[in-house]
Design a protein around this ligand. Structure first.
Ligand code: G3H
Ligand code: 13P
Ligand code: ZN
Length: 332
């Protein structure tokens, strides 16, 4: 049994309170390996931003949960060594059972998501409530994110054929029955790099897909129901066209890529949305640079020369997001 405090981590409670009142969102970046962790910490230390390090089921399978939580401990020390102690949360992304959440809580995670969004409403309430009771009764309070509404999109371990927007009339009941600390909602974002079908989009003069806007009317309605309550947006990568084009230039094939425009995320971050989840953009940034190096330096075979530049690009991207999209820079 390890408490997150022993690892130097914090839960999301205070971070979300400040983010809601300050009109910004905390970045929640997924990590699966050392280079992603280093890039996230470098970016967040440089921009003095709090950060949520997220671990998905896919990450646990790929890297091993123990290694990842020790990497989070390393992240705390690394930030210190870089010269600025930022608040760091270790969060389970899309936990789908009570047992997975319990296991993470007992091994040092400071925050968990229980994703019961695919279940019938009453089952989602019961499962989320059970996780909250366990998480909140720990010696060091572990925060819990629940979800109402279903995101569209397909990702390795997170898939949903259809989306259904969050029903604002359900949120008061859900929050009060479960006692969740934050609520993920569905207002048009989705996981992965193809967030909308081409037929849902228009095209600009260069043939670039322009997505339909997020449903800010639903967000506003939710905020009216639970004023000041911490809201989370999943599936919030912007899918930068520069990375898509670079990947395609160097041999990749990423047809129909489209993400959430930065100005819409900025607008959301100014509301009660206080956690914004980003994974796909990091994947695109690293893949673009790895493909470029492989293509331009065919003699190179040292993995550090491939992954090192990709790590640098990831750091640049995340620092940019903290400063210009989420507004979390200088909030640590
Ligand atoms: O929400 C999904 C994240 O992008 C994690 O994806 O399960 O492939 O690690 P993953
Ligand atoms: P993206 O696929 O848009 O990066 O979303 C990631 C996410 O929501 C992780 O939970
Ligand atoms: Zn997600």
């Amino acid at each position: 049994m390890t408490s997150y405090r022993e690892l130097g981590l914090v839960n999301t409670k205070d971070l979300f309170k400040k983010a809601v009142s300050g009109g910004y969102a905390i970045p929640a970046y997924n990590f699966n390996n050392m280079e992603q962790m280093q890039a996230i910490i470098q970016a967040c230390v440089e921009t003095k931003s709090p950060v949520i390090l997220q671990v998905s089921a896919g990450a646990r399978k790929y890297a091993n949960q123990n290694i990842l939580r020790n990497m989070a401990r390393g992240a705390v020390e690394y930030a210190h060594e870089l010269g600025y102690d930022i608040p760091i949360v270790l969060h389970l992304d899309h936990g789908d059972t009570f047992e997975i959440c319990k296991d993470c809580i007992e091994t040092g995670f400071s925050s968990v998501m229980i994703d019961g969004s695919h279940l019938p409403y009453e089952e989602n309430v019961a499962l989320t409530k059970r996780v909250c009771e366990f998480a909140h009764s720990q010696k060091d309070y572990v925060t819990v994110e629940g979800e109402l509404g279903v995101l569209a999109g397909v990702e390795d371990e997170v898939s949903s054929e259809h989306s259904s927007y969050t029903e604002p009339s359900e949120v008061v009941d859900f929050v009060s029955k479960t006692k969740v600390d934050s609520l993920a909602i569905s207002i048009g974002t989705s996981h992965g790099r193809t967030k909308f079908k081409p037929e849902q989009c228009t095209k600009d003069a260069n043939g670039i897909l322009i997505p339909p806007p997020l449903r800010f009317d639903i967000l506003e309605e939710i905020e009216k129901q639970i004023p000041g309550f911490p809201i989370v947006l999943h599936g919030s990568s912007s899918v930068p066209v520069e990375y898509v084009q670079m990947i395609e230039k160097f041999g990749g094939r990423l047809a129909d890529s489209v993400g959430i425009p930065e100005d819409q995320l900025r607008k959301a971050a100014k509301s009660a949305v206080c956690k914004i989840n980003i994974d796909s953009d990091g994947r695109l940034a690293m893949t673009a640079i790895i493909r470029k190096v492989l293509s331009e330096q065919p003699e190179e075979f040292d993995p550090r020369k491939l992954i090192g530049p990709a790590r640098d690009e990831l750091k640049k991207l995340y620092a940019y997001k903290n400063q210009n999209v989420l507004g979390s820079a200088n909030q640590a």
